[in-house]
Design a protein around this ligand. Structure first.
Ligand code: ADP
Ligand code: ADP
Ligand code: ZN
Length: 214
């Protein structure tokens, strides 16, 4: 099961990817999480990535492509994977498709979670992520059981630096310019599936289950 998640920032890619990973036992690979972990650890990659992330810009392709290609060749990806936040540009998609094609493989499901821009701003202001385990909550739509405390590990919940309104607007522009063309790319490849991401989290997941189990 080789899956990629497409959709604007805040569309619900991470939320759905975690549910898919849990149900179908494939690893959830989030490039955003990988960069944030590197920033936390103060690595060279983290330092470089942060310059771009803080501005709402994409990290250059050359810093992300090899990292992902190496990751999907690890043993735990034998039965597939879910990529969340990659590819985000046509060159990234070409790098991924090319690496898979070397083994006669391809992306089977490109799941596009569709949410209009108007809803995105509201979603991002309320997003809270666990500092320790990365679990995703929303103050209104998916609140934690205990205020500011992760349901999964008890860690503290934080607003991401790049979820401030100005940065979100920039990220949306970048999405429309550089990432939305991937919808056409995977439509042409015959692997595009669209879901209405404005529905309740569990309803969106039911739609995804029916795609993966068809
Ligand atoms: P969101 O969940 O809002 O879509 P992510 O956590 O996926 O955000 O990404 C946060 C930031 O990390 C992006 O704005 C970008 O700067 C950087 N990033 C993540 N994945 C990629 C990628 N594949 N290519 C370039 N930059 C990326
Ligand atoms: P992405 O990975 O695409 O950036 P997230 O999964 O982090 O998006 O979701 C962004 C925010 O919206 C989070 O606070 C999450 O709890 C919330 N969210 C996710 N899916 C839905 C949904 N279907 N309805 C309402 N809120 C949602
Ligand atoms: Zn946690």
């Amino acid at each position: 099961m080789k899956i990629i998640m497409l959709g604007a920032p805040g569309a619900g890619k991470g939320t759905q990817a975690k549910k898919i990973a849990a149900k179908y036992h494939v690893p959830h690979i989030s490039t955003g999480d990988i960069f944030r972990a590197n920033i936390k650890e103060g690595t060279e990659l983290g330092k470089k990535a942060q310059e771009y992330m803080d501005q709402g810009l994409l990290v250059p392709d050359e810093l992300v492509c090899d990292l992902v290609v190496d990751r999907i060749h690890k043993d735990d990806c034998e039965n597939g994977f879910i990529l969340d936040g990659f590819p985000r540009t046509i060159p990234q998609a070409d790098a991924l498709d090319g690496a898979l094609a070397q083994n006669g493989e391809k992306i089977e499901y490109a799941i596009d979670v569709e949410v209009p821009d108007e809803n995105i701003i509201k979603r991002m202001a309320g997003r809270r992520s666990c500092k320790d385990c990365g679990a995703i909550f929303h103050l209104v739509y998916n609140p934690p059981k205990k205020e500011n405390c992760c349901d999964v590990c008890g860690g503290p919940l934080v607003l991401r630096d790049d979820d401030k309104e100005e940065t979100v607007k920039k990220r949306l522009d970048v999405y429309h310019e550089q990432t939305a063309p991937l919808i056409d790319h995977y439509k042409k490849a015959g692997s595009l599936y669209e879901v209405d991401g404005t529905q309740d989290i569990n309803v969106v997941f039911e739609e995804i289950e029916s795609i993966l189990e068809a």
